[in-house]
Write a protein that binds this ligand. Sequence first.
Ligand SMILES: Cc1ncc(COP(=O)(O)O)c(C=O)c1O
Length: 740
Amino acid sequence: MSAGTPASGDAAARASEAVARAAELSRALTERLAAARAQIATETPEEKPPADASAHGPRLVVDAAGGMAGAGADEAQRAHTASLIRRFTERTRTSKELAQQHRSVLADSRAVVGFRDATKEMLYPVAARSAHGPRLVDVDGNTYTDITMGFGALLLGHEAEPVTEAVRRHLADGLRFGPRSPDTGEAAALLASLTGMERVAFASSGTEANSAAIRLARAATGRDKVVMFRGSYHGHIDSVLGRPGGPGQHAVPVSRGIPDSAVAELIVLEYGEQESLETIDALGDTIAAVLVEPVQCRNPGLRPVEFVRSLRELTARRGIVLLFDEMLTGLRPHQRGAQDHFGVVPDLATYGKALGAGFPIGAVAGRADLLDGVDGGFWRYGEPGGPARETTFIGGTYMQHPLSMAAARAVLTHLTERGPGLQSGLNDRTQALADRLNAFFRDEEFPLELAHFGSMFRFRHRADLELLYHHLQLRGVYVWEWRSFYLSTAHTEEDVNRVAEAVEGSLRELRDGGFFPRSAPRPGAAVKPVDAPRPAPDFGVYFFGDYPEPETGESAGADRAGTPEAYDALFETVRFADEHGFSSVWLPERHFDSFGGLFPNPSVLASVVARETGRIRINAGSVVLPLHDPVRVAEEWSVVDNLSGGRVGIGCATGWHARDFALHPDRFADRRRIAFDHLDEVRRLWRGRRCGGVRARARRRRSGSGRVRRRRSRRSSWRPPGSRPRTRRRPGAVSGSSPT
Ligand SMILES: Cc1ncc(COP(=O)(O)O)c(C=O)c1O
């Protein structure tokens, strides 16, 4: 058939119909796929890897195309991510340059943790310039409240005075690397005394300590098998880098490069499950050690007390060494670490991290007969005999490193002197953080929760929340790639508040960017019937209106904008309202426009109102926050608060028109975010906190305390005047603590 015949016309019509149907089908499929991806992006638990990948230990496989900002993100979410990337990379420009500059030569596994296409521009380790107490300053000069705290090592904060002093003292007489440091024996005695263990051997890292402990257990029992539990991490020696899935009960390696033979004697069981106890019992005669991270840092909420106690009884009965890996839990929640929580004394326990306060260290502590495998056991000069037991191989160039020993001795001395109150106070502070944030997550319907054990904590997600951590960094909270967090004794209540505010602010910003929409109207938002008689409504006076410029040559009228008479009328009205029982007066802020033009600065007028009245509340309605330094806002309104005897309230706004932003045209586009940042700062200052930031510090130097001093307002008010409903919801959401 040739083109142009009726038959070919039919065929062409059928073909184009088929093409149209196929196109429709393809469109529908694409939409469904995008919806499914979006669903996965917000609902897949972070910790659930693909079936063939492993989340075990340091290996977590992520889908490079996935994540919150990945293929399933909608337009608003992508725009949000783009803005976040821009702000993040501008702020930490030098860290990014360093990562790029050295990538060709520096092979750095940490620099690619969590790699995703959509966020790779923000994927680089922040490089630090200085650190002290709970704070870090990066190479770009940004200050962070640190919650990474040296991966848990800095229990006493950065540069803890006793540790720094001990190390300095040691170095003052030379490193003395080679001979024994006198600190070593004292550190061993202090560790034994605090943990209730009999003998101690040192190593250079946690991994080395676990390696030595396993070797000691195998040597003592003459058995080879080792049991550990899924979700735990015990360092980077091959023999513990396995996950379930091998033949029988045996493990398979977590990554290439680890031979099957390395994990051939490793069995990985479920933590806290009865079946695991039964397996151990069944294999009892072949197991040298059961290795337990009593509270796993990836899952601090899992604390199976009865299971661990049964394990203690079972291992004792079957002659198996019970080995607690207390790298993170040691010394932190309690002097005796997790032993105290479980009421269980293991045969061996390994320590590191907090013990060295940032200096490389590991330690094996435990029953003397097991530790005798290191040196053959106790003997005396001047008496017959020597090391009686057969030893196993334990060693290392940097074992008992003099600086680590000086640091460990200082840490242990400090903990001994301060007693268990040190840990319990810190645990309480972490509990308060958890309570506050968990209430916030629940009330605001965010899909996460904060789980903690003592001062170690982690956010458990019911959705992908990767961008949260970038927001936190942007808001000055230092988080690291593996997302397990720690408070230290250097963190004050104010530091903890700062962290909480950063988490809350970040999540709100994400919601504004289209992530985690509320599922339903807020409980309590519905109007409830009220049985009791309700008070009559209060009346207030609100000044607003259009005040056009007078025509040239026109004589001034009594109600003309900008004239003294207009202000006279205002004060007269306010005095009337004050005398006649009105509850409040509201003074707006507008700039360079006839609409609201009488009111470029509500605090100036409010200070006059404060002296002209004696009772009525005086409210800013509203301060346009992006236009002002928040320190200035807090200062000015604290003056009015003092002048009025504590009668002020501050309503805040994001601003309306570009014309209003004549004071800061550059801030109009980003006004909502800036408003909420400034709001956080005003609230902090209003609560009597010190000013942060360089400029504020300069002010502090000039003015003394740096605190905003104000009278306590009798009652605080908060008015969310943002014109768009989306904006209006946000202040409502933070009204738990009032800005005045
Ligand atoms: C529970 C646990 N065990 C062992 C280790 C290994 O310690 P290190 O990194 O000092 O070798 C770690 C490290 O994070 C750990 O968290």
